[in-house]
Structures are given as structure tokens and as C-alpha cells.
Design a protein around this ligand. Structure first.
Ligand code: G6P
Length: 472
């Protein structure tokens, strides 16, 4: 076989594009996939001419799209076609309802998790899909290629690939937080072991924050009795790409529309997936408490929440989304006047509008319960034009890099968040400007290509580079 020493394979569940049906002609058309993972991986994958393996069914597109349609600008997209039933069990039941909940500490313990026969059958589908991805890597990878596997959906794939193809240089990266050994012990014993070994036996395992790498190390020690090789590489913002979107006509039109709705008031913004771990409800409760405790702010502030749909097939997400919508409506009923709508809720995926909101905020609220990194916390300061402040959860991976210039909050403490929003709105122009430039600087220190290079270095065995510390 030819040497593929420079060949690069990127493997993730979600690929760089998603598909929607064009209502005018019924054909599938490609659009930029939602979520931070694609923004993080995209620049490096393109620069290195990677082959990008991803599931060809998922998100809103329930139908596997023909391979010929799956062309991103500069990456060769290699679809891994998964039958819808198998995909549902692997993606919804195991990846999202089980692993995501466990890693983010989201269990509703009186009810879930519930490891019954239905669940065990889904677990065997998860294994099958991870096997399938490993088989496709085997087909796609020339001798000696580097393989970068992404995230908890594919936790078993790295070790299968490493076992099957010792010629490949494999590493994985987990974009989520990692939980403590105590939290992990809520999974069935053999599942916890398999997930940990699936990652740890497949080369170095990367995380956005040393906190999550240390938690993974602790779990490997506690459960497997071995030592993992971890590395830390915080993801970075594609500032150039963001500025292009910010300068686009669509974004400008959205900015003008938002400006019209805000009408000279102060603007609080959040941009998130409609996601339980993002803590959207407590963000609104904090805003409600702010309006209650600070009558001077009534009529003077607007909270724009751009929360685009995510994992819409899951009952937990549907219920959460309903709660978010009705809470926003209650706040508007309670405080709104004919001239003033306190909450502008946009539950659609409109990227130019999200960037317009990030350009315009006075305060950006990023209050996740727990987050691998939270790219929005870096994207906001990179495009904001108003010296806006950042209210940031201490449980976001980005806290380590940005905390010095942000207002920190315990994500469970609604009163503290209300106070932080109030203080952020009150800050003097001098303080705002100093904090905003420090945030901009911190958010722009690294590029997505730096991050990608860290992954390559880890996989190719020369250890992570500058700005990237080894976990163990
Ligand atoms: C975010 C997380 C990633 C995760 C992705 C999946 O970007 O940071 O860890 O892989 O969401 O989202 P999806 O919508 O594809 O389930």
C-alpha cells in the first residue's frame, strides 16, 4: 500500500453540512451544519485536505443523502450511511440521552437513567455504529494515515481502529466535559469500562480544559486501574470567518432589524442550542429577578435569546423547549408594556441573525450548567461592537481562559446571575472597554488551526505544542 503519512482522516458523527428539503422542488439541499463542532474542526480539515467521515443521516435530515451531494467546499466528505433505526438508538438513546446526560450531570434521578431491555438493545446498536465507523476508517485510510476521532458518539471507535490498524496514528478529542468517577458509576459497570477503554486504548485523548482531562484520568484510574494519555487543547474561534459573516448583507439586515426592536435600550443576548445543559431557564429566571429587584431597568433593557433547535426527537428536549417558550411568554406578560417587549425569543437556526446579536450585545449571558468549552463565549467578544460584558458560568471550559475579564456565576445561583446581569449593565464605559479588549485578546490568542495542530501533534506522537498542556 502507498504511504499515507500525510493523509488525514477526520471522523465525527455530524459532518460539515446538513440537509433540508427545498419546498419548491422537493430536492435535498445542503446547508452549513449547526453547532460548534463544525466551526472548530472545519478550518483545519480544509487546510489539510482531510477526508471527513460522518454519518449521512441525522439532525433534521431523516433520509440518507446520496454521496454525490455531500460535497463541502474543500474537504472530501465520506458519508457513513447508518440505517435510521440503528441511528436513532445510537444517536438519541445512547449518545444523547445517556452519555451526554452522564457527562453533563443532567440526570433526573427519580426517573432516569433506566437501563432496561430497550436500553441494552440500543447499546448494542451504539456498538454496531462505532464498529461501522471503524470499518469505514479502515477503508478510507491509506497506510500510515493520521486519524482524528471526535467525541462521545464515537467513544468505542478509536480503540477498534487502533487495534485493527496499528499502522495508523490515532487520537481522539472529547468536546464535552468529563464527569467524576462517582457520576460515571451511574452507568452499568461494563458500559463505563467499555467507554473509557474505547477512548483510552485508542491513542491520546484530548479535552478543551484541564479540568475535564483530569476527570477522565481519574475515571480511568478508578475504573480500569490504568493511566490514560490525555492532552488539553482549548478550541479557538475562526475570527476571520466570523468577520466575513458579520460583514455580510444578511447579517447587516438582521442587525438593523434587531436595532429597530431594541430601540436604543440596553441589550442582553444569549446564543445557544435549545439544550438542557445551556441552562436557558435559569437565565430567564435571573432576568425576571433582575426586573423585579431593579425597577429602574424596566423598559430600559431587552433580552434577545437566540436558541436554535437541537435534538428535537428527544422527549426531554421537547419538554424543555416548551418550558423555555412559556417562561419567556410569562416574563413578557408580567413585565411587558405596549411599547416594550422584555424578551425577544428566536427559536430558529439563523446564523446571520445570531452573529448580528453578538455584534450588538451590551451583555452576553453564557451560563451553562457544565460545558466542554462554549465557543459562543469566545465568538461574542470577537465580533462585538459595543464593548459588551460577558457573564460567564464557572462551569464552562472557557472560564479558565476568559474568567479574568468576565463576571463569573455559579450556574445554579439565579440571584447571583441576576446581580451579575445588573452589574454588567451598570458598568462604566471605561471598565467595559478595558474588559472587552482583554476578552477580545484572550479569545483571539489561538486560532482553529492552532487547535487542529495540537490534535495532529498528539496523534503523531510528538506531544502537544505550546498553549496546550499535557494532562498526564
Ligand atoms: C456540541 C458539543 C459537541 C457535540 C455536538 C453534537 O457542539 O460541543 O460535543 O458533538 O454538540 O451536537 P448534535 O446536534 O450533533 O447532537
Amino acid at each position: 500500500m502507498d504511504s499515507g503519512a500525510n493523509a488525514l482522516i477526520v471522523v465525527s458523527n455530524r459532518g460539515p453540512v446538513s440537509f433540508e428539503r427545498d419546498p419548491s422542488n422537493g430536492r435535498l439541499r445542503a446547508k452549513r451544519a449547526a453547532g460548534g463542532l463544525v466551526n472548530t474542526l472545519g478550518p483545519g480539515a480544509r487546510r489539510h485536505g482531510a477526508i471527513w467521515l460522518a454519518a449521512s443521516t441525522g439532525g433534521t435530515d431523516k433520509q440518507p443523502a446520496p454521496a454525490a451531494m455531500l460535497a463541502d467546499e474543500q474537504v472530501a466528505f465520506w458519508p457513513v450511511t447508518v440505517k435510521p433505526d440503528l441511528y436513532h438508538a445510537y444517536y438519541d438513546v445512547i449518545s444523547n440521552q445517556t452519555l451526554w446526560f452522564c457527562l453533563h450531570g443532567l440526570w433526573d434521578t427519580p426517573r432516569r437513567p433506566r437501563f432496561d431491555r430497550h436500553w441494552w438493545s440500543a447499546w448494542s446498536s451504539y456498538r454496531k455504529v462505532n464498529e461501522l465507523f471503524a470499518r469505514e476508517v479502515d477503508r478510507a485510510a491509506p497506510h500510515g494515515a493520521t486519524v482524528l476521532v471526535q467525541d462521545y458518539q464515537l467513544a468505542l471507535t478509536p480503540s477498534i481502529v487502533a487495534r485493527r490498524r496499528p499502522d495508523l496514528r490515532v487520537s481522539s478529542f472529547v468536546h464535552t466535559p468529563w464527569c467524576t468517577p462517582g457520576e460515571l458509576s451511574s452507568l452499568p459497570d461494563e458500559v463505563a469500562s467499555e467507554v473509557l477503554a474505547g477512548l483510552a486504548d485508542g491513542g491520546p485523548v484530548g479535552f478543551h480544559s484541564p479540568r475535564w482531562a483530569a476527570a477522565f484520568d481519574d475515571c480511568v484510574k478508578a475504573v480500569l486501574g490504568t493511566q490514560a494519555t490525555t492532552y488539553v487543547a482549548p478550541a479557538a474561534v475562526d475570527v476571520e470567518g466570523l468577520r466575513k459573516v458579520a460583514a455580510s448583507e444578511e447579517c447587516e439586515a438582521e442587525r438593523v432589524a434587531l436595532d429597530g426592536a431594541v430601540a436604543g435600550r440596553k441589550l442582553i443576548v444569549r446564543v445557544d442550542r435549545m439544550e438542557l445543559s445551556k441552562n436557558i431557564l435559569r437565565g430567564f429566571w435571573a432576568y425576571d429577578e433582575l426586573l423585579e429587584t431593579r425597577p429602574d431597568l424596566r423598559g430600559k433593557v431587552v433580552f434577545a435569546a437566540l436558541v436554535y433547535p437541537s435534538r428535537v426527537g428527544l422527549a426531554e428536549y421537547q419538554a424543555y423547549s416548551q418550558e423555555v417558550l412559556s417562561l419567556a411568554a410569562r416574563i413578557n406578560e408580567r413585565w411587558g408594556t405596549p411599547e416594550w417587549t422584555p424578551v425577544l425569543l428566536h427559536p430558529e437556526d439563523n446564523y446571520p441573525r445570531s452573529i448580528a446579536a453578538l455584534r450588538s450585545y451590551d451583555v452576553l449571558l453564557v451560563n451553562p450548567l457544565r460545558d466542554g468549552l462554549n465557543l459562543v463565549a469566545k465568538e461574542g467578544p470577537s465580533v462585538n461592537e459595543r464593548d459588551g460584558a460577558l457573564v460567564l458560568s464557572r462551569q464552562a471550559g472557557a472560564w479558565l481562559e476568559l474568567g479574568d475579564s468576565a463576571l463569573g456565576v455559579n450556574p445554579f445561583d439565579v440571584s447571583q446571575a441576576a446581580g451579575a446581569l445588573g452589574r454588567a449593565l451598570d458598568e462604566s464605559p471605561e471598565r467595559r472597554s478595558a474588559d472587552a479588549s482583554r476578552l477580545r485578546l484572550a479569545a483571539g490568542l489561538r486560532t482553529p488551526l492552532d487547535w487542529f495542530d495540537d490534535l495532529l501533534r498528539a496523534a503523531r506522537g510528538s506531544g502537544p505544542g505550546s498553549g496546550c498542556a499535557e494532562g498526564s
